[in-house]
Design a protein around this ligand. Structure first.
Ligand SMILES: N[C@@H](CCC(=O)N[C@@H](CS)C(=O)NCC(=O)O)C(=O)O
Length: 216
């Protein structure tokens, strides 16, 4: 099989990159990495060499470009046979919560940009933002309650694509000091204890770029 290359943005800011990266890591997919800092004069020229969307992440497998975080996760699931729960009903819910993240939570994503190395940000919390937080708490709780008995992850013992999709949300909840109910807190703590995520954050701290639009 062709060597895989994952193209990502700044570790500090690129939440979609983190989703694809953490999924590949936890599914045991080996890949090289190319990091293209966002919002630089040559950013789009560099991205265009890897994929057609002008965005990252992009996974390259030889001539094949897989752009968009969820498509990359699906590609990794096909390669490994892992990433989604084995049982059909659980798999349907896992796909639903991953899709809900991918297409939704616009207010949270806009008002609370990811900033992996920052701490103790405080913002106003309009109703739409609280509604996003409450919905995420509800869906984590539902997955943990119905499917999570075998381990710490949304669907139990195996860290999967649904978990990867919410990894940047855990960082946002930490950054903006969201007071979570105990089950969601326990889930977020399990995510924060992951060595791969700690390595991502440590590398984010070494990045020098400061992008004002993410500094809310
Ligand atoms: N739906 C895409 C979103 C990708 C995306 O918006 N990536 C941002 C970085 S987190 C990007 O490449 N922005 C570059 C730009 O807009 O100039 C996915 O899931 O991968």
């Amino acid at each position: 099989m062709a060597q895989l290359t994952l193209v990502i943005g700044n570790r500090n800011y690129s939440s979609w990159s983190l989703r694809a990266w953490t999924a590949l890591k936890h599914l045991g997919v080996a890949f090289d990495e190319v990091l293209i800092p966002l919002d630089q004069p040559d950013t789009h020229e560099r991205m265009d060499a890897f994929g057609p969307s002008g965005r990252v992440p992009v996974l390259r497998a030889g001539d094949v470009a897989v752009w968009d975080s969820l498509a990359i996760c699906e590609y990794a699931a096909e390669l490994t046979g892992r990433g989604w729960p084995r049982e059909r009903a659980a798999r349907a819910v896992a796909r639903s919560v991953a899709a809900e993240m991918h297409s939704g939570f616009q207010t949270l994503r806009t008002l609370w940009p990811m900033n992996a190395r920052a701490r103790n940000r405080r913002t106003a919390t309009p109703a739409a933002l609280s509604a996003d937080v409450e919905r995420i708490d509800e869906l984590w709780n539902d997955c943990r309650h119905r499917f999570g008995a075998g381990g710490p992850w949304l669907f139990g013992a195996e860290y999967g694509i649904a978990d990867a999709m919410y990894a940047p949300v855990v960082l946002r909840f930490t950054l903006y000091a969201v007071a979570l109910p105990a089950p969601a807190r326990a889930y977020a703590d399990a995510v924060l204890a992951l060595p791969a995520l700690a390595a991502w954050i440590a590398d984010a701290r070494t990045e020098r770029e400061v992008l004002p639009q993410f500094q809310k």
